[in-house]
Design a protein around this ligand. Structure first.
Ligand code: KG4
Ligand code: ZN
Length: 339
């Protein structure tokens, strides 16, 4: 079963060809980072326009790299939501048009199920039911994922997603976009204990998250002490940008690691995965590795290129959806959804 995956939910235009949900024949991602960077975040209208410009060349490139003709495809899998509706509609309309013109079936995929399927794209995927931390720019949640690939929600963020917190604080620090990757890089040279940022934990068995308090604490710190690492701006605490970044990152990572392991304990599961853009974070990967090992759990982390948005995960999820419930009927009437 050869599936073309298409992903346009946010600011990456992506297409991939995957056989049987596992064998990657090609993966193409056209990033719009440079376009949104001056605004410090994704501008939805610009994202839609760029998807429109990139979608056909990206699909053609994925087919070419896979040495696959359109006629060789068995189905087209596409992200239906959640995401930016205008952005989603470009991929969805493209997929519908292609499926109709070629007489091929379509499989509508939930973006989060796509991220979860990325857990299987590492060296060894989970073999049984596992706890999955989905942590991206739009989502922070824990799922219990069964053998059919479906996730049962265990807990989610009450406010901001972890990636959103990274991006907003990077904007506050004026260090570039997307913030997560910049903060990750700076943190490698910083002291994570320099500033004690707050950790929202809720009740002792809670699997929910909250990052808005942390974001406010970071903003208050800058208001009181000035921007870190820039003596001219009057940082009275003498804190470097690296120390600020490492301390901020540690506050996020602490909570993510703690709650993921708690979820595994509560569910009595020994397999853990972390997926989504923030799962690319080097500190999170290291700490999860250490603490999963200490708890006797097996950890599954996708390669970094499959943590951030890509179409391999959409084709892989499309295969699982098809196994479970077949192709999407009456796909021409399908609408994108934001949440
Ligand atoms: O999964 P993704 O590409 O898009 C969404 O579905 O949201 O995730 C993007 C998010 C951004 O917030 C970005 O700052 C964050 O992932 N991110 C990281 C790293 N790389 C990307 N956050 C922390 N450390 C990283 N290395
Ligand atoms: Zn995503």
């Amino acid at each position: 079963m050869v599936i073309l995956g298409i992903e346009t939910s946010c600011d990456e235009t992506a297409a991939a060809v995957v056989r049987n949900g596992k064998e990657i024949l090609s993966s193409v991602v056209a990033s719009q980072v440079a376009i949104h960077a001056p605004y410090g975040g994704v501008v939805p209208e610009l994202a839609s326009r760029k998807h429109l410009e990139y979608i056909i060349p990206v699909i053609e490139s994925a087919l070419r790299k896979a040495e696959c003709d359109r006629e060789d495809l068995d189905a087209i899998a596409v992200t239906q939501g959640p995401g930016l509706v205008g952005a989603l509609l470009v991929g969805l309309s493209g997929a519908k048009a292609m499926a109709m013109a070629l007489g091929k079936p379509l499989i509508a995929v939930n973006h989060l199920e796509g991220h979860i399927q990325a857990a299987f794209l590492g060296a060894e995927g989970p073999v049984g039911t596992f706890v999955c931390l989905v942590v991206s720019g739009g989502h922070t949640a824990l799922y219990r994922v069964g053998p059919d690939g479906r996730g049962e929600l265990l807990g989610a963020t009450r406010d901001d997603a972890a990636g959103e917190a990274f991006d907003k604080v990077a904007k506050l620090l004026e260090i570039g976009y997307p913030g997560g990757i910049v903060i990750d890089g700076l943190s490698a040279r910083g002291n994570p204990e320099a500033i004690r940022f707050p950790r929202s934990r809720f009740e002792k068995d809670s699997l929910e998250f909250s990052f808005s308090g942390l974001k406010t604490a970071a903003a208050n710190y800058v208001r009181q002490n000035g921007l870190p690492g820039s003596p001219g701006s009057g940082n009275s605490a003498g804190c470097s940008l690296e120390d600020f970044a490492a301390s901020f990152q540690e506050a996020i990572v602490d909570v993510l690691v703690e709650k993921t392991l708690r979820a595994a304990r509560q569910c009595g599961l020994e397999e853990i995965a972390a997926v989504g853009g923030v799962a690319a974070n080097s500190r999170l990967r290291k700490r999860l590795g250490e603490e999963a090992a200490a708890a006797g759990c097996r950890l599954h982390l996708p390669p970094i290129r499959f943590c951030t948005d890509n179409a391999v995960m959409i084709a892989a999820a499309g295969y699982r959806v098809w196994e479970r419930s077949g192709f999407t009927p009456d796909f021409l009437g399908l609408d994108a959804f934001s949440r």
